[in-house]
Design a protein. Structure first.
Length: 333
């Protein structure tokens, strides 16, 4: 259903909606998939997951960072969360988007921010810092920054998006790094990325097998796809892949029963926990991936207090934004 996917990806990229949503705070069901916006709520969530034998990677939500001040604020918030994880003796690490550290307008600023985070991480038992991958346009920046930092720090890694034709070369380039393997969440053209689920799934499995056979560092198998999880479990068994070499990962709030089952079987398991007010883009990408996730939204929307919470003006702005973006995408087709 490319039209539905395009619609939600279009919304995720809309700065006005993102700004309005940030002011309102997590709603429309996002509060089911975002672990609140206070350190106390975040610590409670991590403790609950840790008690089930599940580790976490925290994403301090934030996109559309346009000024140095915002980038520094994002860096400070990330360090605040790292302190909380360390001080509460929690089992967790961080997932960071380079764009939130300023890469879209000053790559050197993003590099300096990330380096400061990595220096802090070294004081916190070498906490792992993962650089999430974003739109293809930003991939060059990510590899550039990674190449500058990977000699100095051992606790930095990134994500490989299996829909990219380039994914193969990236796996070969970084055998020594901890890597998360995903299918890919953005809309990319057929000149750079596979388009169909069949092609993407096939490439995902092929790349994962190659990576597990060729790297001793951790590979995170990040998917909610039962068939792929089943396949990878068998592959791991057949090839005697050591437990320290892999973990499964899922997003907070999705397929919780399956996550707990896989962790309960003795596998390393990590949940990706989004945190904070800047929830809109993240949530729209989840709706683009799986329109069935809309049921989270419908359950929320019918709550009568929601309009009161949003306020009349922001509600009107959000509705207007939603409607115009929708029409824009329909007529662009
Ligand atoms: C931990 C983690 C981190 C990520 N980091 C990044 C990143 O840095 N960059 C990036 O581009 N993308 C990232 N992603 C997103 C990823 O690229 C995919 O867009 C997303 O995971 C959806 O693909 P999928 O592999 O889960 O399977 P899909 O192809 O979306 O789904 C496959 C099948 O799984 C089942 N399924 C999926 N979701 C559900 C559900 N909620 N309930 C029931 N069944 C379900 C269904 O049977 C479905 O047909 C991340 C994903 C995860 C899990």
């Amino acid at each position: 259903m490319p039209i539905v996917k395009n619609f939600f990806i279009g919304l995720s990229n809309n700065p006005l909606l993102n700004k309005t949503a940030k002011e309102i705070g997590p709603m429309l069901g996002a509060n089911k998939v975002v672990a609140g916006n206070t350190i106390t709520a975040l610590v409670d969530t991590i403790e609950r997951l840790n008690n089930k034998g599940i580790t976490v990677t925290v994403d301090c939500l934030g996109e559309f960072v346009l000024t140095e001040g915002e980038a520094i604020q994002a860096k400070d918030q990330i360090i605040e969360v790292m302190y909380a994880i360390y001080n509460h003796n929690l089992d967790g690490h961080m997932s960071i988007k380079l764009s939130q550290l300023g890469s879209e307008f000053d790559i050197d600023l993003a590099y300096r921010n990330l380096r400061e985070i990595l220096l802090k991480a070294n004081q916190f038992d070498n906490m792992h810092i993962n650089i999430d991958t974003e739109k293809y346009d930003s991939l060059f920046d990510i590899t550039q920054v990674l190449d500058r930092l990977k000699g100095e720090f051992k606790n930095v890694g990134t994500v490989i998006q299996a829909y990219l034709y380039k994914a193969d070369a990236l796996i070969d380039k970084y055998p020594e790094l901890r890597l998360r393997m995903v299918k890919g969440a953005y809309k990319e053209s057929d000149t750079i990325a596979y388009q169909t689920k069949e092609e993407i799934d096939k490439n995902y499995i092929r790349l994962m097998e190659k990576r597990l056979l060729n790297s001793k560092n951790v590979t995170s198998i990040a998917t909610h796809d039962d068939e792929i999880i089943k396949h990878m479990k068998q592959f791991i068994k057949d090839n005697n892949i050591e437990k320290s070499q892999y973990e499964f990962q899922m997003l907070y709030g999705f397929r919780t029963d399956l996550a707990e089952k896989i962790a309960g079987e003795g596998n390393n398991f990590c949940i990706y926990v989004p945190y904070g007010n800047d929830w809109f883009s993240y949530f729209m990408r989840r709706l683009a991936e799986r329109p069935q996730n809309l049921n989270l939204m419908f359950k929320e929307v019918i709550k009568p207090d929601i309009l009161k919470k949003a306020g009349v003006i922001s509600g009107a702005v959000a509705s207007f934004g939603l409607a115009t973006t929708f029409l824009y995408h329909i007529f662009k087709k």
